[in-house]
Design a protein around this ligand. Structure first.
Ligand code: NAG
Ligand code: NAG
Ligand code: NAG
Length: 607
């Protein structure tokens, strides 16, 4: 009661000041919030006004909000990744999602269902700019005409992802044209279209209304430099719930990344449901809640497709396989894996818990085939599968009497060369059963992916792994020459230099954290067999709690590197990345901060 009276007394006093003293006799109004405006200055980007009072300027280059300034300022406005070419007007026009119509008449009938979903995602993204409620009603009609030539719905390394986007406002009509070869190119065009829109919420007034503004004129031509632009996520060291995975896919869609490499199993856990072999999750999942059901996986695959992303499942083998495989004896199949959960892990694997598939046990191959069948039936076509293949620990196999005597029977020595033969034999058999399962789903042979390892060294790889079948994902450090050597041998490769593009580095051991600038600055060779790269989120030290800020904005930096491979520096890109961060925020993705807010309000002044 007492406090209320004091408050009330204060209120009365303030009101009195306002009326009688401040406004009339003093030019400073009794408003404590600043009213910054932002000016788009050539070569300097968006700059905050000198004074916190709104600048009553008619200048077309002064804006009420930083987002609005960024959306139009500079050659590429607020677009991320940078398109090949862009010409943007400084002017914007008000639009409302209810008055946007998507015209799909020039798209083949077969594409329209997916395309319609793609347009729904675009509309939802526009609504997000106003937290889902665009209250400023304007009836300006916007028609988005989508022209597509190909009826092919497959996403592969051969997919043409280019698009042309053209925005024209005439009188009270806005026409947007998106021309592409495939639905994926058209989707990228739609994403870019949404990036030409921003809310008109000013930074200085807590007004409740929110409207959308679209750049009034734009001509954009765009296509990616690399066909493989991936984010790898490990969900075995720590489980990541499906909703969080979907949010990462949303971020990939926003940045035109197109491969979700899902490292779904490892020796720690096996959360991937196999309907044919339920033992995998029964013995391998951390809990009954930490499982990806087949239905959820299928749902994720179509969710990703609508966002221009292909899901590539990895079942790491023959190493990094333990929990989930430890039930063989109980079922009369012997040891399907060896060294599983071994207490003397240091001598048998890189990291606890140990586990390696048992290549001497034919039941193991039979069960692997059942798993492959489940996967082949689930993956989008053409099915791109990742067979793992990294970090085989020879002394684990060597510690198994069964494996050693199998090798004797085969005439393999138990020296390094003999174990390489055994390892090579595993991949040969694994590929054979995968091919059989592809036939089952009426697909011809497809290339598979494999991590680099001792088996992919230039002097041994040709003995065991054909360049027609295997694409090698090289995770060697920058100092390694393996990538260029494999390219020279004619292998198709994907690059994930671990000391630059590993998102977990800096969180364990002697590894060093790479910030987004460092990630951005790394370039890959440009040649046909260099398919692209991935940014890798290993999950030993991350789960859903810290996932967003661990991945973003750094994955976006790699995304632009892989999409446009710009020659300009990270500093030149930074203002656009600020805009992306704000955009991801409105779409529900918590992107880590790039700089003090003052630097964000004064482009190029903190260099
Ligand atoms: C701003 O616009 C008003 C009318 O719209 C005009 O009278 C005024 O001269 C303009 N000021 C400047 C600085 O261009
Ligand atoms: C949107 O905002 C308007 C005006 O502030 C309000 O009346 C309406 O209830 C809001 N709608 C939703 C779905 O939040
Ligand atoms: C495997 O074990 C045998 C016997 O202990 C040893 O001689 C051999 O060097 C080991 N092989 C490897 C590759 O470590």
């Amino acid at each position: 009661m007492r406090q209320c009276w004091i408050l009330l007394a204060l209120f009365v006093q303030l009101a009195t000041c306002d009326d009688d003293n401040l406004i009339d006799s003093n030019p400073i109004p009794a408003v404590f919030e600043p009213s910054w405006t932002f000016k788009c200055v050539p070569d300097e980007g968006c700059q905050r006004s000198e004074s916190p009072l709104p600048t009553k300027s008619n200048s077309s280059s002064v804006f009420d909000s930083l987002d609005l300034c960024r959306t139009v300022c500079g050659r590429f406005g607020g677009l991320w990744p940078r398109p090949v070419t862009a010409a943007l007007s400084l002017q914007t026009v008000k639009i409302h999602p209810n008055y946007i119509r998507f015209d799909l008449i020039d798209a083949p009938v077969e594409t329209r269902e997916v395309l319609a979903k793609m347009t729904q995602v675009a509309t939802a993204n526009l609504l997000d700019e106003c937290d889902g409620n665009v209250t400023d009603l304007v009836e300006t009609p916007v028609v988005v005409y989508i022209t597509i030539k190909s009826s092919n719905l497959e996403l592969s390394w051969n997919t043409d992802e280019h698009y042309i986007l053209d925005v024209q406002s005439k009188d009270a009509n806005i026409a947007v044209h998106i021309v592409a070869e495939t639905i994926y190119g058209a989707r990228h065009g739609l994403e870019t279209f949404t990036q030409l829109v921003t809310s008109d919420k000013s930074d200085f007034s807590a007004q409740s209304s929110c409207g959308l503004r679209l750049v009034s004129g734009a001509k954009i031509r765009d296509k990616p430099v690399y066909p493989h632009r991936g984010l790898m996520l490990d969900t075995a060291r720590n489980f990541i719930p499906m909703d969080d995975i979907k949010r990462m896919i949303d971020g990939m869609a926003a940045t035109k990344l197109n491969v979700f490499h899902w490292h779904v199993t490892d020796s720690q856990s096996f959360p991937f449901e196999s309907t044919r072999v339920p033992q995998f999750t029964r013995y391998g999942a951390y809990s009954s809640y930490e499982i990806y059901t087949t239905e959820e996986v299928r749902d994720l695959i179509s969710y990703a497709q609508v966002r221009g992303v292909k899901v590539v499942i990895e079942i790491d083998a023959p190493a990094h396989a333990g929990n989930g495989w430890q039930w063989g004896k109980e079922y009369g199949f012997g040891d399907l894996a060896v060294c599983v959960n071994s207490k003397t892990w240091r001598s048998q694997c890189i990291q606890p818990p140990c586990g390696q598939l048992n290549p001497a046990n034919h039941h193991m191959y039979r069960i692997l085939q059942e798993l492959y069948r489940d996967i082949a039936e689930t993956l989008p076509k053409p099915s791109l599968f990742h067979m793992g293949g990294d970090e085989v620990f020879l002394s684990c196999w060597n510690s198994s009497q069964e494996i050693v005597s199998y090798m004797k029977d085969k005439g393999y020595d138990t020296n390094v060369e003999g174990f390489m033969k055994l390892w090579g034999e595993f991949h040969k058999k694994a590929l054979q059963i995968w091919d059989e399962e592809l036939l089952h789903t009426r697909q011809p042979e497809q290339p598979v992916m494999l991590w680099s390892s001792e088996l992919t060294q230039p002097n041994v790889i040709q003995k065991y792994l054909s360049k027609d079948r295997y694409v090698i994902e090289v995770w060697e450090p920058l100092s390694s020459s393996l990538l260029s050597q494999l390219l020279r041998l004619g292998y198709r490769t994907v690059s994930v230099p671990k000391d630059i593009w590993y998102l977990d580095h800096g969180f364990w051991g002697v590894t060093k954290y790479s910030n987004w600038r460092r990630m951005y600055s790394h370039t890959l060779p440009v040649e046909a067999n260099m398919l692209g790269g991935e940014v890798a989120m290993w999950s030993e030290y991350v789960d859903a709690q810290g996932l967003d800020t661990r991945i973003w904005p750094r994955a976006a930096a790699v995304a632009e590197r892989l999409w446009s491979n710009p020659s300009a520096s990270a500093s030149v890109a930074e203002p656009r990345l600020h805009r992306l961060r704000s955009r991801l925020g409105s779409r529900g993705i918590r992107c880590d901060v790039l700089s003090p807010a003052w630097c964000a309000q004064h482009d190029a002044r903190c260099l």
